[in-house]
Design a protein around this ligand. Structure first.
Ligand code: ADP
Ligand code: MG
Length: 684
């Protein structure tokens, strides 16, 4: 029997294999011819010559010209890796870009991803140290490598890509590289950037030459709305259908949105409308792309659009310069971006949706003109373009919590903060403030050197202040044992803006999540724990008017923070303490104390005319509890006497200065216990 069947099967198998090989061959050929068609290819030799003659070269070129995928390959081909003994690194501000580009380049070089070509991003290292010659990585990861190997000795070339994005990590990397290049004469530095900013980089590096790769770009027709759009998401969806029903094929659409949530909503809306229209419109393929999109779904944006179809790519500003999608003819641009911004008066960073810069919206429009003449639909007015948009995006270093920057620099061994080379320097008074703040938190000692605690605070992917809170919750004699609860609260604090419908914490009580809590922090804790006890159920969220998607994000943040606490050994310390204190009925005082330790400056004191801040930072201003806070509700309904001291997470200025996310401090001595150098004991 076996003899009868086998040959046939085998024959079958062989043809299939041959077909497969054939297909693979032509795929590789087409990849190679695509490589040669890219604008940088014509300048390959000139680029290599310029790199040979100069230690530092700035490369400017239209997005999609092949800088990211080709330049590092040219360096490998030219033998810079010395038979694989040295590596070439190419940094990216975004994780998705690092992963996606590495996958593409592995394909082009016909090697397995993770072997000769790999990527390294936070929490994921897809490289093989003995084998990898080309490594795409986030700028933050290269910064971490500086900690271990300050000379970057295993690298032959570093390409700082997308330098115009001016992330904090990129800015610091440029400063560090400027320091080490004079004594690492053999290390080559390439800085690649969109056209804006190139001169600034050149000046920073002693007038390093700028190599311009001329790109091809077709004209793009710009259309504006006549009036400002009240709801840009709806407007974007409408515009998608206007284009789809009136403009001919082929011609894909790229829509710039600010984040996952918006993209998911837009996708659902488009699919719903497309369903209703049915066969009256041509088929559409919706392809989302954002930072947390699972890897296997990321490649959908690059798949060629079948004939008679239109692809609609819904992207964050990752598609502005980091990723190039072929076939785009129409761009829809609401003109917004999500940015991490630190508000000094509140001491918290927040992800805020803000208008883009003019440079960004111009860049976005350009995405429509790669295959042929294109059109860009801006969902804002022409007046707004000329009068309201900032010319350039603000570099991250000028936007974020400076304590975080200073701590990072100190942990990298940079002590001379004032003379450290930076493209944009924070002001000296603000540096001094940050140092003082770090000293109060115990991240620095009186000599200004970083402490062990300070190093731990660096490890947390959040503000140093919140890192301190978690550390205290696991280690301080009067607090430890409450780490789990504190981590939950910290995670919730990241997302409070979109937690409850109408952002009214009191709703949570009305809808019966908790009976009575003393503070917003405890409300957040109870909310999360109730949800967790219901198996993270969606319907529980619906019943209690809590945003399910927000809670999922909180859970992610919580998992990350917890993982970090585990790595730092805090979880183990907490466990030991927990065994000793079980039986103690009320853990809340421990939680309050933990927060005092991280936010000693965010405290208000009750005087004759209400609360006034006492932190030097805000200079003692009059503040009120925000009506949405449970503390406010509690006082009004139950006629409770306000506590003498109250801790707040944020100040919001509307009709007056309001404290949000408040926590009453039941006993004054907690302040003296936790931050004795600020609250000196007045008993004896
Ligand atoms: P630049 O860095 O100059 O903006 P890139 O090197 O990123 O240019 O892109 C060069 C070309 O490679 C583009 O045409 C782009 O479409 C293509 N490309 C990049 N990544 C992928 C991918 N994952 N799949 C298919 N094509 C890709
Ligand atoms: Mg690029």
């Amino acid at each position: 029997v076996t003899d009868d069947v086998l040959p046939e099967e085998k024959g079958d198998y062989d043809t299939k294999l041959l077909e497969q090989l054939d297909k693979e061959q032509s795929r590789l050929q087409s990849i190679q011819s695509t490589r040669k068609s890219l604008p940088v290819y014509r300048y390959r030799q000139q680029l290599l010559d310029a790199i040979k003659e100069n230690q530092i070269l700035i490369v400017v070129g239209e997005t999609g010209s092949g800088k990211t995928t080709q330049l590092p390959q040219y360096l490998v081909e030219e033998g810079y890796t010395k038979n694989g003994t040295l590596q070439i690194a190419c940094t990216q501000p975004r994780r998705v870009a690092a992963m996606s580009v590495a996958a593409r380049v592995a394909d082009e070089m016909d090697v397995f991803l993770g072997k000769e070509v790999g990527y390294s991003i936070r929490f994921e290292d897809r490289t093989t140290p003995e084998k990898t010659v080309l490594k795409y990585m986030t700028d933050g990861m290269l910064l971490r490598e500086f900690l271990v190997d300050p000379e970057l000795s295993k690298y032959a070339c570093i390409m700082i890509d997308e330098a115009h994005e001016r992330t904090l990590a990129t800015d610091i990397l440029l400063g560090l590289l400027k320091d080490i290049l004079p004594h690492r004469k053999d290390l080559k530095l390439l800085i690649s950037s969109a056209t804006i900013n190139a001169v600034k980089f050149s000046k920073f590096f002693y007038d390093a030459p700028i190599f311009n790769v001329p790109g091809r770009r077709y004209p793009v027709d710009i259309h504006y709305t006549l009036q400002p759009e009240a709801n840009y998401l709806n407007a974007a969806v409408t515009t998608v259908f206007q284009i789809h029903t009136t403009q001919e094929l082929p011609g894909d659409i790229l829509v710039f949105l600010t984040g996952q949530e918006e993209i998911e909503t837009a996708q659902a809306n488009i699919e719903e409308i497309a369903n209703i229209l049915g066969s009256r419109v041509k088929p559409m393929i919706i392809a989302p792309i954002y930072a947390n999109l699972p890897q296997e779904q990321q490649s959908k944006i690059f798949q060629p659009t079948p004939q008679g179809c239109r692809k609609v790519v819904l992207a964050t500003n990752i598609a502005e310069t980091s990723l190039t999608i072929d076939g785009i003819k129409f761009v829809i641009d609401p003109g917004f971006v999500k940015e991490n911004s630190y508000v000094p008066s509140t001491g918290m960073s927040q992800l805020l949706t803000v208008p883009c810069s003019r440079a960004s919206v111009d860049q976005r429009a350009g995405r429509a003109g790669r295959v042929g003449p294109g059109k860009c639909f801006r969902l804002f007015t022409k007046w707004s373009y000329f009068h309201e948009l900032e010319p350039l995006p603000k570099p991250e270093i000028l936007r974020i919590n400076l304590s975080q920057v200073v701590l990072l620099l100190l942990s990298l061994g940079i002590t001379d903060l004032i003379n450290f080379p930076l493209l944009d320097k924070p002001s000296i008074p603000s540096l001094m403030k940050a140092l003082e703040n770090l000293y109060v938190l115990g991240a620095l000692n009186s000599k200004g050197t970083i402490t062990r605690l300070g190093r731990m605070m660096c490890e947390f992917p959040c503000e140093p202040e919140l890192g301190k809170v978690m550390h205290t919750a696991a280690t301080h004699e009067k607090c430890k044992g409450v780490l789990e609860d504190v981590v939950t609260i910290v995670a919730m604090l990241h997302e409070t803006a979109s937690l409850f419908a109408h952002n009214q914490n009191d709703n949570a009580r009305k809808s019966g999540i908790v009976g009575s809590v003393q503070s917003d922090h405890m409300l957040y804790l109870e909310t999360y724990n109730n949800w967790r006890d219901m198996d993270y159920s969606k319907s529980w969220c619906f019943d209690h008017k809590v945003q399910y998607k927000t809670m999922i994000r909180v859970r992610n943040i919580r998992d990350q923070l917890w993982g970090c606490c585990e790595k730092l050994g805090l979880v183990a310390m907490n466990e030991v303490a927990l065994k000793k204190i079980t039986g103690e009925a009320n853990l809340e005082p421990r939680i309050v104390r933990s927060f005092i330790s991280g936010f000693p400056m965010n405290i208000a004191q009750l005087g004759t005319s209400g609360y006034r801040t006492i932190g030097e930072q805000s200079g003692g201003v009059s503040v009120s509890i925000h009506p949405s806070s449970v503390v406010f509700q509690e006082m009004r309904k139950e006629m409770k006497k306000p506590t003498k001291f109250i801790l707040y997470q944020r100040l919001v200025l509307t009709s007056k200065e309001f404290m949000r996310d408040c926590m009453p401090i039941a006993r004054e001595e907690w302040l003296q216990e936790m931050v004795p150098h600020i609250f000196k004991s007045n008993k004896k």
